[in-house]
Design a protein around this ligand. Structure first.
Ligand SMILES: [Zn+2]
Length: 224
């Protein structure tokens, strides 16, 4: 059997999966991670975690490369059932090169209460781009979920998926992991704040200034 390609990217995804697991943001086989690959010739290629394998059983060789039609390129491994969600976001957001999807606890609390999280701490606007909106419900693994997720994501880096979980989308895998961790922290702060009289949003001027920082760093300045 030939050695798997994209060794570095495989190691990066496994390091991300292990970090999510260590932080308790994924459990069993829930959640998934992917990267947009940059093959010569410019064909769409994505590296993604497989369907139905628990993370303690997974290694670099168990990740799947798929094309733009979600067909595995060089293995028989079945990609994550949430692959359409990843592909939908990659298609709609050319600036996104990595996606982390989890069913983390406090993000799921927001997801099942259908509660969007307003900008309540500075790093939310700087690193996520503002509020975390809730996508309309879409059945797992469908185009509807992908379209709803992409729409609610807008030009930001995180979205809550109604009755499901969250998705972080960023230019690099490192940033997508950072956003996934931040979303869980912010959701936790928000849930506790709501039991103590309610969270207070950042002042408008802070949101506007930090939003400009986000757009400049993301190469999206001028699109607001
Ligand atoms: Zn999911």
């Amino acid at each position: 059997m030939p050695a798997p390609t994209y060794r570095t990217e495989r190691e990066q995804i496994m390091a991300t999966v292990r970090e999510l697991d260590r932080r308790g943001l994924v459990s069993g086989s829930s959640g998934n991670v992917s990267m947009r690959l940059q093959p010569e010739g410019g064909n769409d290629r994505y590296l993604i975690t497989p369907a139905g394998i628990t993370y303690d059983e997974l290694d670099e060789n168990g990740l799947v490369i798929v094309d733009g039609d979600l067909e595995p390129v060089d293995s028989e491994i079945v990609p994550s059932t949430e692959s359409l969600l990843h592909l939908g976001i990659y298609r709609g957001r050319p600036d996104v090169n990595a996606i982390v999807h989890t069913h983390s606890l406090y993000a799921s609390v927001a997801a099942v209460t259908c509660t969007h999280i307003p900008p309540i701490v500075d790093e939310m606007v700087v690193y996520i781009g503002g509020a975390i909106e809730v996508a309309e419900y879409g059945f797992p693994g469908t185009d509807e979920l992908a379209a709803a997720g992409l729409e609610a994501l807008g030009d930001r880096r995180a979205v809550i998926l109604r009755n499901h979980g969250m998705c972080a989308a960023a230019p690099t895998l490192k940033e997508a992991l950072r956003v996934a961790i931040l979303v869980e922290r912010v959701a936790q702060i928000f849930v506790h704040a709501e039991t103590m009289g309610g969270a207070t949003e950042l002042p408008d001027y802070a949101i506007e200034t930090e939003r400009q920082v986000y757009l400049m760093r993301s190469g999206l300045a001028g699109t607001d």
